[in-house]
Design a protein around this ligand. Structure first.
Ligand code: GDP
Ligand code: MG
Length: 352
């Protein structure tokens, strides 16, 4: 899963990136795209580690991209913008970072701090990028459909969809509103339309507003974070960090909040595998059935799938061991079509 941090310049993207990844803050005005693999904190794995004493503990991970500021056009010129947008199109979700902190030392966009305005501008930029993509596709397809190629029928169908998307964007309607079926959605998604991606908002609040809730009635989840403070906390050793967090009334670190936000925006849950070699968390979309979950572990396990021996983490923790779970009748044998639940501990039986 790949999440891209997106926002106007000086909104705090790089500071947040550093706080959640532990990497150094990329310098201001940097044009490189930074990537970090952020482990997903999961207390269940820590407990399973004490039970199974495995050689390895493998957390799920999320790839996070830190991108230079939007609007890129001013900052890097056309070519730079294309390169960045190309990168963003490969992300599974977008995290929009907006500035809500006051700091005279950091010039604000349009000389005033107004995160809802900035959010609206970002969304307009995303829509314009999609309009550009539509326009380019239409130009290309219009030339192509007249040629008797193998893809002619397919091209004609796509052209019809693209024209509908263009009308929707020009009428300021979300492009999802004119997509008629799963097949169309698949075609459009593969092209990387930005406004179709799951999104979440990080509101970068000032040090004086830590812990205060924010008022937001949008369709996306919005999480308040104080980037500067989180960044400072991330520099501390675990003990002082815990003490400071308790002092400030913060329960989750920036990384935890960030990961939870991504999980819910993407509709992700985790199932777990255990054993003497490793305990491991596997992210899957909610609703994934057992045979597809097996495919995450290995394609052979999917191919030769027989049964999923399943128990709930909560039962294992409560009863203290696998034997006890079985004795209590709480171990289950599930088939291919079983929708896996968050916290299921699964041993796949397979035959290849
Ligand atoms: N006071 C304050 N300054 C911040 C906060 N977050 C970021 N900054 C400062 O704002 C400037 C821009 O931050 P940066 O993370 O580089 O923003 P980016 O351009 O979005 O990557 C830096 O000088 C940061 O130290 C915050 O929560 N409070
Ligand atoms: Mg930056």
């Amino acid at each position: 899963m790949k999440a891209a941090l997106l926002g106007l310049m000086q909104s705090g993207k790089s500071t947040i990136f550093s706080a959640i990844s532990g990497k150094a803050v990329p310098p201001m005005g940097a044009t490189a795209i930074e990537e970090a693999i952020v482990p997903v904190p999961d207390a269940r794995l820590d407990w399973l580690e004490t039970l199974y004493k495995p050689k390895k503990k493998m957390r799920a991970t999320i790839d996070v991209l830190d991108l230079p500021g939007f609007s890129f056009l001013d900052e890097h010129g056309r070519a730079g913008a294309r390169r960045l947008i190309g990168q963003i199109r490969t992300a599974d979700m977008l995290v929009l970072v907006v500035r809500a902190f006051d700091d005279p030392a950091v010039p604000a966009y349009r000389n005033s701090v107004d995160w809802k305005r900035d959010l609206a501008e970002l969304q307009t930029e995303l829509l314009l990028s999609d309009l550009e993509l539509v326009t380019t596709r239409i130009e290309k397809l219009e030339k192509q459909v007249h040629k008797p190629t193998k893809t002619q029928a397919h091209d004609k169908a796509e052209l019809a969809i693209q024209r509908r998307l263009q009308d929707a964007i020009e009428a300021e309607q979300p492009i999802s509103s004119v997509i008629e079926n799963e097949q169309e959605l698949a075609v459009i998604k593969s092209l990387g339309f930005l406004t179709l991606k799951p999104m979440a908002v990080v509101v970068n609040v000032g040090e004086d507003r830590v812990g205060e809730p924010i008022a937001f009635e949008g369709a996306m989840p919005a999480v308040p974070v104080c980037a500067k403070l989180e960044h400072e906390l991330a520099q501390l050793d675990a003990e002082s960090r815990a003490a400071f967090m308790a002092d400030l009334g913060i329960t989750d670190s920036a990384a935890e909040k960030f990961v939870q936000m991504c999980y819910s925006a993407l509709g992700l849950i985790s199932f777990l595998t255990v054993g003497p070699d490793e305990v491991r968390a596997w992210p899957i979309r909610e609703g994934t059935v057992a045979v597809d979950a097996a495919g995450k572990v290995h394609t052979d396990i999917k191919r030769g799938f027989i049964r999923a021996e399943t128990m709930a983490y909560a039962d294992l923790k409560e009863l203290g061991g696998e034997k006890e779970v079985k004795a209590a009748g709480k171990a289950r044998l599930e088939g291919k079509e079983y929708p896996v639940k968050d916290g299921d501990i699964i041993n796949f039986r397979f035959n290849v």
